[in-house]
Design a protein around this ligand. Structure first.
Ligand code: GAL
Length: 373
């Protein structure tokens, strides 16, 4: 028995080492990158295109952790076949594969069974509990996009492994703080009222931690027509019960947010599935609003992916990354989706320029962090 167990343990290790040796024989290590190269394949430390779509980046103790949807080839890649992938970097150009932080489950009864939909994972660190908390958009296997749930997983280390906790609709039986009497009238068109009892929908989403440690879940609700901003509970594992509606009826998706000079800046897209549309931006003095629309922040790159800045260079926002230790340095992260061959999706990371009341994202094919003064 003892022998059998040790054989089981050593055989895969041996095979893995042999294949590594083989790979080292045949493939030179990828060169160290010193710049961002947008819209191309982005090799990790093994020379494999980074597989972390719809992602977000956590900065923790001097290292960046990029979490995203692991896609496989073909349109099967639009569903979760593997899980949430994590990469680690200290310079933002060169990323080491840190493995699958949250794997899909083989158990058909699990929310995150292989074939469910896991999108736009984001991780934040809770300084009080010392836990890393992952939220993502979850759709149940075989039910299209109808579940519209948020899901939460937790870990002791930034790269995981993450333990899946639960999924839910948001704040059942709770009205947003900016609800009006008209919103409460039962009416087919009144989506806030429709979802009041069962909980509000949550699809495209991001997380944001404010300077005071309060965290927020910003998410597309009401059939993607209205954004909801929910304050999280102190442990970041659920909601506090306080939330607000933003831009009712304007159909915003792909929210990304940051705080700069005491103001909150948000980038979103319109709703056209995997196809690109015009990016949007807005600003507010309080996370609860009022939010002021600032229009399309993207400029330049007229020919990029055949659509240029008018359609987000063929991409869609996913995150705003504050560069560690560089005051005022923020990068807007976009996905270029390839739904017919999901694994081939590309990334565009573009530096943000802020004016007193404006935000611009001028196209760059290649650039480096020195461009932040
Ligand atoms: C997009 C959304 C993606 C994904 C896709 C599915 O609008 O931003 O995250 O849900 O629709 O069609």
């Amino acid at each position: 028995m003892k022998i059998k167990i040790s054989l089981l343990l050593t055989l895969p290790t041996l095979v893995a080492s042999l294949s590594l040796l083989h790979a080292a024989d045949t493939q030179p290590l990828p060169q160290q990158r010193t710049q961002f190269v947008n819209n191309e394949l982005w090799p990790d430390d093994k020379g494999v295109h980074i597989n972390a779509h719809g992602g977000g980046v956590l900065y923790h103790e001097g290292a960046y952790y990029w979490f995203g949807e692991h896609k496989v080839a073909g349109d099967a890649g639009n569903k979760a076949q593997v899980g949430v992938h994590c990469y680690r970097s200290t310079d933002l150009y060169n990323w080491t594969d840190a493995g699958i932080a949250l794997p899909v489950s083989a158990d058909p009864a699990s929310d995150i069974v292989q074939g469910s939909i896991i999108e736009r994972p984001k991780v934040i660190y809770n300084a009080a509990t010392k836990k890393f908390v992952m939220w993502f958009h979850l759709e149940m296997k075989g039910r299209g996009y109808s579940a519209a749930r948020a899901a939460v997983a937790v870990a002791d280390q930034p790269a995981g492994p993450y333990t899946y906790l639960r999924s839910f609709r948001a704040n059942p039986g709770v009205w947003p703080q900016n609800v009006t009497d008209a919103d409460k009238i039962p009416d087919k068109k009144n989506l806030l009222q429709r979802d009041f009892e069962g909980g509000q929908m949550s699809r495209d989403m991001t997380l944001f931690v404010d300077d005071d440690g309060k965290a927020y879940h910003i998410t597309s609700a009401e059939d993607n027509r209205t954004l909801h901003i929910h304050e999280l509970s102190a442990d970041y594992l659920g909601y506090s019960g306080r939330y607000s509606r933003v831009f009712p009826g304007d159909s915003n998706e792909a929210p990304a947010i940051c705080k700069y000079k005491g103001r909150y800046w948000m980038i979103t897209s319109g709703c056209s599935g995997w196809a690109p549309n015009t990016a949007r931006s807005s600003v507010a003095d309080s996370i609860w609003g009022p939010w002021k629309k600032l229009g399309n922040p993207c400029t330049g790159g007229e020919e990029v992916n055949g659509v240029g800045y008018k359609k987000t260079w063929g991409g869609q926002s996913t995150f705003i990354l504050p560069v560690g230790g560089k005051e005022g340095a923020f990068i807007a992260l976009f996905d270029v989706w390839r739904p017919k061959d999901a694994i081939d999706g590309r990334y565009m990371w573009v530096p943000i320029q802020f004016g007193p009341d404006s935000v611009q994202i001028p196209w760059q094919d290649t650039w480096n962090l020195a461009s932040f003064k």
